[in-house]
Design a protein around this ligand. Structure first.
Ligand code: GRF
Length: 206
């Protein structure tokens, strides 16, 4: 049985697309059953629909500054659809403790740096400014601290002479598309972490 997975995104949706494509393999342990966006005009929504995946925008306007109310509306859809695990993929809105706790150990995120280096935004230009020789991306479990949960997978890329933030971002993004599906599959296969105290995290990569 494939685990019913929701992907949250706000924009372009390339990681979402990588997950959808990986999940089409019958041996992949997740089914992408739902895509949620906080932005009505996110290109990701149309891409998801093109793959036959239900894609829903839950705009933030009606909720004003009541972030938790927005998340409760999202959570209702997740429950209605029988969602079991969530992948954040370029979801550009900070979550409140409400949704994070509700989905504890069942919410993954991808971040474009080798965490714990460069949490937050503009990771590629910050890596260049810092003179990093290695940069990369991280898949981690979501906790209440931003970009801070247990790490499931990382991929490193070299920083090369002449790199701009855009060139470096593209090099990292290619790796994101590889490690996100691998980390999701590996995490689902190592389900021990869900059952008990949660300290056992298996390396998802072969
Ligand atoms: C990716 O770089 C991801 O790591 C970050 O936001 C970006 C989203 O890109 N969290 P996309 O929407 O998956 O193309």
């Amino acid at each position: 049985m494939k685990l019913k997975t929701a992907i949250f995104c706000s924009g372009r949706g390339s990681n979402m697309e990588a997950l959808i494509r990986a999940a089409r393999d019958e041996k992949f342990p997740a089914e992408i059953a739902l895509v949620i966006s906080n932005k009505e005009d996110a290109p990701a929504l149309e891409i998801a629909r093109g793959y036959g995946v239900l894609a829903v925008a839950v705009g933030t306007k009606p909720y004003g500054r009541y972030r938790e109310a927005h998340e409760r509306a999202i959570d209702e859809i997740l429950v209605e659809r029988g969602i079991e695990i969530i992948c954040l993929a370029g979801y550009m809105r900070l979550l409140t403790p409400y949704l994070v706790r509700r989905w504890e150990n069942k919410m993954l995120n991808i971040h474009p740096s080798l965490l714990p280096a460069f949490p937050g935004l503009d990771t590629h230009s910050r890596a260049l400014e810092a003179g990093s020789k290695l940069h990369g991306c991280t898949v981690h479990l979501v906790t209440e601290e931003m970009d801070d949960g247990p790490i499931l997978a990382q991929a490193a890329v070299p920083v090369l002479p002449g790199d701009t933030a855009e060139i470096l971002a593209a090099r990292v993004l290619a790796q994101e598309h590889v490690i996100y599906p691998a980390a999701l599959a590996g995490y689902i296969s190592g389900v021990a972490v869900w059952a008990g105290a949660g300290e056992v995290l298996r390396n998802p990569l072969p």
